[in-house]
Ligand binder design. Sequence first.
Ligand code: IMP
Ligand code: MG
Length: 172
Amino acid sequence: MKHRTLYSSDDIRRQVNQLAKAVDATEVESYLVLTVLKGAAIFSSDLVRAMRTATELEYVTASSYLDDFTPGESLTMSGMSALDLEGRHVLIVEDIIDTGRTLNHIHKSVAKEKPRSITTVTLITKTNRRSTGFQPDHSGFAITDEFIYGYGLDWNQQHRDLPYIAIANPPD
Ligand code: IMP
Ligand code: MG
């Protein structure tokens, strides 16, 4: 299968470095980094290594997609109950915001745990009509309504391992 590159490894590296700087600028002593699996695993691994702020790494799983193109009706989340977020500076790391439902939901769950602060960072934001209006604190690339994959993002669980981001053909 031939992939159409949207963002090269170099594009991504530059963007990740900028986001790391933006997140560091707050100058907290340390972040509890809460990565949204699976998609953000690769982004977050690069982000924490580009950041200067000390981190602790935690993970939650969220899935809102029934298949590769259709937003699911329900959002399932796991891993939150095992975390102690009280008094912590929590940095939520997401790969991509589409409707914003996933981050909205996770943000609410984190807020209930009485953290000292919540910061949200996403590598990509889709600007589209379905948006819930969730505004991340830090966002990298903006795209319209294309389906993309690679660098952690999947196409039906495939191609997360591509070191660049590819763009799929529209579904119809
Ligand atoms: P939201 O809840 O609608 O904001 O959906 C966000 C989640 O859907 C992301 O965490 C991704 O896992 C997934 N997603 C949205 N758009 C894409 C895409 O273009 N490629 C791969 N996954 C996507
Ligand atoms: Mg995701």
